[in-house]
Design a protein around this ligand. Structure first.
Ligand SMILES: NC(=O)c1ccc[n+]([C@@H]2O[C@H](COP(=O)([O-])OP(=O)(O)OC[C@H]3O[C@@H](n4cnc5c(N)ncnc54)[C@H](OP(=O)(O)O)[C@@H]3O)[C@@H](O)[C@H]2O)c1
Length: 336
């Protein structure tokens, strides 16, 4: 038997139960990964609260973890026992552009997630992690890291010297800050907290705006770019931020539509879209091939993900409460 958490009889943080489950075996083409650390994503909160689109209970939540391969089934050549790996967010998206089938099997809803000691996965659904990263650091990569990487480096085609605006200081946004600096871009970070903005500057942010004390942060971003606007907006705020992003972005710029922190839908003025010749790209995480490209860059630059706090496995409910409170900067992890 092994440890796990399950959302059991109904959705909600109150229904997350610590359980014992049978340890899995590796079937043909599978590996078993001993998870050593997980990281939390806002999506995990939404999923546990029943707002993430997953309908089937019970569910082992959490998409993002890292660990070591402890068993391989027949016909597995990609990885071997002892390899340090991350399970991929989309278990069937290996490479190429997205399609419905590739997006159909995310971990942590509807597929069982990594909030359990061991998990059996298709060998194709795991990827090696950079050597210089701890399991906790690597556990931040499959969703938040890869989403920021794909947004800026793949969909955004970010170039040195361009300006990126990252909203807030949560997991995706701090990765966006780090990748953008790695690529030689100028970065503007917004936050509700001056203390977090100071930490963002210490990480390389070139300019910062407190969106609470400066609600018209789009105007401030325009001023910081000489009235031109930013080249890329990493849009994680959703309903309350999208119209500000449309104002802050330059003619011909890109809005990378990722998150819904302040709500799911918003009315927008379509003439702004065509008048500014904007590209709005909606994206969800990425493929294993993109993950491999990101890991190569992280290894080359010896980049370290930013971890706010790590909780022990048994304290996972407290880790989720910590995320819900929104006081974190970067990623929240769980150690197994
Ligand atoms: N499409 C995808 O593939 C994908 C992948 C990952 C995440 N997401 C989504 O992206 C969003 C961020 O995820 P995450 O895991 O990075 O979340 P997170 O770590 O919980 O980020 C929370 C932070 O976002 C900031 N924030 C909250 N409301 C904001 C607002 N109205 N304007 C600006 N910033 C705001 C706050 O930063 P301050 O405290 O600094 O103000 C807050 O601490 C979520 O909606 C998530 O579902 C989507």
């Amino acid at each position: 038997m092994m440890r796990a958490f399950e959302v059991q009889e109904a959705w909600g943080l109150d229904h997350l139960r610590r359980v014992e489950r049978p340890a899995p075996a590796a079937q043909d083409g599978q590996v078993v990964v001993r998870i050593r650390a997980a990281s939390l994503n806002y999506r995990d909160l939404l999923t546990i609260e029943g707002k993430g689109g997953t309908r089937r209970l019970p569910l082992v939540p959490f998409s993002d973890g890292a660990g070591e391969v402890i068993a391989v089934g027949a016909n597995v050549r990609r990885v071997k026992v002892g390899d340090r790996v991350c399970p991929m967010f989309f278990q069937s998206w290996i490479d190429g552009p997205p399609d419905a089938a590739k997006r159909s099997r995310p971990l942590g809803g509807p597929l069982p997630g990594v909030l359990q000691d061991e998990i059996a996965l298709d060998a194709d659904g795991v990827s090696p992690i950079p050597e210089h990263l701890s399991y906790e650091e690597a556990a931040t990569l499959p969703c938040a890291g890869l989403t920021a990487w794909r947004a800026l480096m793949i969909e955004g085609g970010l170039k040195a010297g361009e300006t990126v605006l990252a909203q807030g200081t949560g997991g995706v946004s701090i990765f966006a800050l780090q990748f953008a600096k790695m690529a030689g871009a100028r970065v503007i970070v917004t936050s509700s907290s001056d203390e977090k903005l100071a930490r963002a500057r210490a990480l390389g942010a070139d300019a910062t705006i407190n969106y609470r004390t400066t609600p018209d942060w789009a105007k401030a971003a325009l001023e910081l770019t000489g009235g031109v606007g930013v080249d890329h907006v990493v849009e994680v705020g959703g309903a309350n931020t999208l119209n500000h992003s449309l104002e802050a972005v330059r003619v011909g710029g890109k809005i990378l539509v990722i998150g819904v922190l302040s709500g799911f839908s918003q009315e927008i003025a379509m003439p702004v879209l065509f008048g500014k010749n904007l590209t709005m790209v909606g994206l969800s995480v990425g493929s294993r091939e993109m993950f491999e490209g990101m890991c190569a860059a992280i290894a080359r630059h010896k980049m370290k993900p930013v971890i706010d706090r790590t909780f022990d496995f048994e304290q996972t409910p407290q880790a989720l409460a910590h995320m819900k409170a929104g006081a974190h900067f970067g990623k929240i992890c769980v150690r197994y």
